[in-house]
Design a protein around this ligand. Sequence first.
Ligand code: NAI
Length: 343
Amino acid sequence: MKVAFFDAKPYDIEAFEKYSDGDSIKIKFYETKLGEDTAELAKGCDVVCVFVNDTVNAAVIDVLHELGVKAIALRCAGYNNVDVKHAFKKIHVFHVPAYSPYAVAEHTAALLLTSIRRIHKAYNRTKEFNFSLNGLTGFDLHGKTVGVVGTGKIGRIFTDICKGFGMNVLAYDKFPAEGSNLSYVPLETIFKESDIISFHCPLTKETTHMLNSETIKMLKKGVIILNTSRGALIDAEALLDGIKSRKIGAACLDVYEEESDIFFEDFSGHILDDDVLARLISMPNVIVTSHQAFLTKEALENIAETTISNINAFFADGTCENELCYRCGNVEHCKKLRDKKCF
Ligand code: NAI
């Protein structure tokens, strides 16, 4: 099997190259992202392996299909960048449903603590032998209310971490987990009553811009917004306005609506064209990490192992338990209606 591996970074190559033995699997690593201009690079390959910011729209799928590519192996959980509907009956799509929900939940907690205890400011100060504490006053997490939107694998671990700090947890999920001891409330209650709000739901039509200029009006003054899920859950311009008006006390973002051409790349020494991102980053109460929440040793190893076993399973008998299937009506939990296959 030949695999065209797009958007390859040194840490990806380190995790995957041990599987590229040349006999059963040969991986060609490309630094470039998959998109309409680069899809031809998959010529002669059976599989393309992609990540969160590769473009897998209808046009790209058509080119891959014409080239004879059989499968798209996502090395991530989210699949909002793949037109799964268009891929149906053309190319099979797999993902890695879970690789380390702890990595993302722990990064969310790290961002929160950094923000409220001003660790990012203190780090810079002491590096310059400035030992002043002025302006570094934080607040206790204990007793504060955190609203968690999306209580799947990551959201649940994050709620456990918050409970460890003695916080009150309010939860919202379109499909509340049965038998959990979470206090589910309507989304509006999350917006109105939380001191801290953390987003852990997938990006769908319904969740796009769930935090926008209207919903921001409902928030408590000084609320802290955490987003380690997908950028477009938040209308970035509305967020910026909320910060400028002092309604929002702080924002910690691992994802950004327009991140695809920016994150994972080194733009130091360049002028950033995205004014909203540049302005957000310039704010003293905004912390941005560039889609880094997943990046732990454990997660990278699990991603590589599951991606390769998805590919091996599919080429062994045409089935893969992690196939995403539009036909089932429930993309993620494919019911494999026919012969354990989606098509
Ligand atoms: P999951 O599938 O286990 O949980 C998602 C939860 O969101 C489910 O409980 C689901 O019922 C809920 N949900 C679905 N639609 C909703 C809606 N309209 N409103 C509220 N809740 C809704 O997914 P997991 O593993 O917890 O991941 C959550 C998100 O984290 C992913 O969608 C992905 O976008 C993001 N992620 C970010 C990473 C990073 O590096 N920053 C890495 C991995 C995932």
